[in-house]
Unconditional design. Structure first.
Length: 241
């Protein structure tokens, strides 16, 4: 028998967070719809995800702490520290993180995972991708101006390029973060001492103020991308001669 009843209209206005029983909106079993209205918490979550996706590369849209591959004890500790940083809102208190390790160890992915969680919590996030945003002086200038509007800035691949004007841009970012009590996340292939040695003395001093020893996260040297490739190859084993 055909249903002749008109479909129910969903009220696009929001209802109070106090009516919501979800701890995390991303785990909402009813996709944010309560009493035929959108839960305010879920609506804010959707806005945050849209905002995050506008800032980061598409390959990192799906990042989360739950799907971060922690194959080793080192990565498990790294993940635990990252969660602690987010859940205790250390980014709101001017604390920062330095993530270092070999190529393909998950530094960038973990950095974007942290940013995503902070965006969901209402933080304003900014990204400086040294390899892509610092191709030219003009491009770097625009990227820095945009990033400095945020509460927390992620500098990815610091140390990947060495030019005097890049050092100047990094100094400007670190000075402003320190002055405004913002938060900084850095990923680099350099170890902490190598990174400090690569910076001007004043910039290095500012950096040590922003990131404590507890905020240094080592992700090891094992290339995560090789692991992923091996997993994909296993799928095709039935066709291997």
């Amino acid at each position: 028998m055909l249903n002749t009843q008109p479909p129910k209209k969903i009220n696009t206005s929001t209802i109070s967070n106090y009516d919501c029983f979800c701890i995390k909106p991303q785990n909402c079993p009813v996709q944010g719809i309560m009493k035929e209205s959108y839960c305010e918490k879920y609506a804010n979550y959707l806005k945050a995800i849209t905002y995050f996706n506008d800032v980061v590369p598409k390959i990192y849209y799906d990042v989360s702490f739950n799907n971060f591959a922690s194959y080793t004890e080192t990565l498990k500790i790294a993940l635990k520290k990252a969660r602690f940083f987010v859940e205790n809102k250390l980014w709101q208190k001017g604390n920062g993180l330095l993530m270092y390790g070999g190529f393909g160890t998950g530094k960038t992915r973990l950095g974007y995972t942290i940013l995503k969680e902070i965006a969901i919590m209402g933080g304003i996030i900014g990204v400086i991708d040294v390899l892509h945003d610092f191709e030219t002086f003009e491009q770097a200038d625009e990227a820095v101006k945009t990033a400095l509007k945020s509460n927390i800035i992620f500098i990815d691949d610091l140390g990947a390029k060495e030019h005097k004007w890049i050092e100047d841009k990094i100094r400007i970012i670190i000075d402003e973060i320190n002055r405004s009590q913002k938060s900084l996340i850095i990923s680099t292939n350099l170890n902490p001492q190598e990174l400090i040695n690569s910076l001007e003395l004043r910039t290095a001093s500012r950096l040590t103020e922003l990131i404590s020893k507890q905020g240094i996260i080592y992700l090891g040297e094992e290339d995560y991308r090789i692991k992923k490739r091996e997993e994909k190859e296993k799928i095709w084993q039935p066709f291997q001669s």
